[in-house]
Design a protein around this ligand. Sequence first.
Ligand code: WQD
Length: 349
Amino acid sequence: MSDAEGTEGRGRILVTGGAGFIGSHTIVDLVENGFEPVIVDDFSNSDRGVVEGLAAICGRPVSCYEIDCGDEDALRRVFESAGPIDGVIHFAASKAVGESQQKPLLYYRNNLGGLMSLLQVMGEFGTRDLVFSSSCTVYGQPESLPVTEETPRAEPASVYGATKRICEDILTDVVASGAPHRVTLLRYFNPIGAHPSALIGELPLGDPQNLVPIILQSAAGIRGPIQIFGDDWATPDGTCIRDYIHVLDLAAAHVRSLDWMAEQDETPLVEVFNVGTGRGTSVQEALDAFERASGRSIAREVGPRRPGDIEQIFASCDKVERVLGWKAVRTVEEAMRDAWRWQERLGSR
Ligand code: WQD
């Protein structure tokens, strides 16, 4: 990473969606590693209080611009005023699978438009390095597991998944056209947990859709028993299997990606990485891990399968370990402990 004049340390990194769940935890890792992050967020799916939480954790304010990435002029003004941008981590996107089926236009406009606007402005300002937030959703239900980066992408099962696949294609095509970008596509599995300080964590606005925020609210008495979406899957305990990764581990993978790109030569590149733990955990096992971590018992009921759910997926992490030298180091139980600590603090707010 070239250290542009006026930036201390290892470079100024624009983080779109930097007030979101994964974005905010990545801001902390960037600061801890000597980078200067600049948050861009429209706060449509994040809370402004996150910026204060980040200042408390980082011991200094973090620069933040409230704009929509799809607004090219606003983004241009950020690049002009923030100072030279040495790299970008692009999180900003709509990400609720169910909602994407009801609001396809919003998802295509926000997710594709935001990326295209960002690429346009990065090109104007000569910013080359980009880490893109992709998803294991692009694999659908893989035929064999663990899933590798060579596993063919499936027909998207949701509009959300389609936007992730198309964004990957946009990036690949833009670089193939001669744009001088170095791009890493990080395919996340299931991010969970929170910062151990409990000053930042997952803050679902409205009714949560994902398992762990629902577990937390059930354990906090905010909602009733957990509905297990089917126990008749072809898995050892009949419940779906996922690769749950601590958000702190996931954040570290982004920062390692920036360093890895800076270590390469100037040749444009697009490199895909699965970012998971390599271990599958069933819904029942996730619930058991939460009970061990929190000391709370969770009421469970078995209900019907959720439309669109796949049976099981977990990552092969061979490539990310071999190429980036990164691997997840935290367990599901540690993530549940941190998540519960965050929920307890939320509950007391
Ligand atoms: C996990 C498991 C459910 C709630 C989604 C996105 C994916 C990624 C991660 C962004 C499933 C089961 C859940 C409940 C349940 N996001 N479950 N009862 O669907 O694996 O992935 O989030 O990249 O793209 O699709 O996550 O947390 O919704 O579900 O039994 O009340 O928990 O069936 O097996 P999912 P999830």
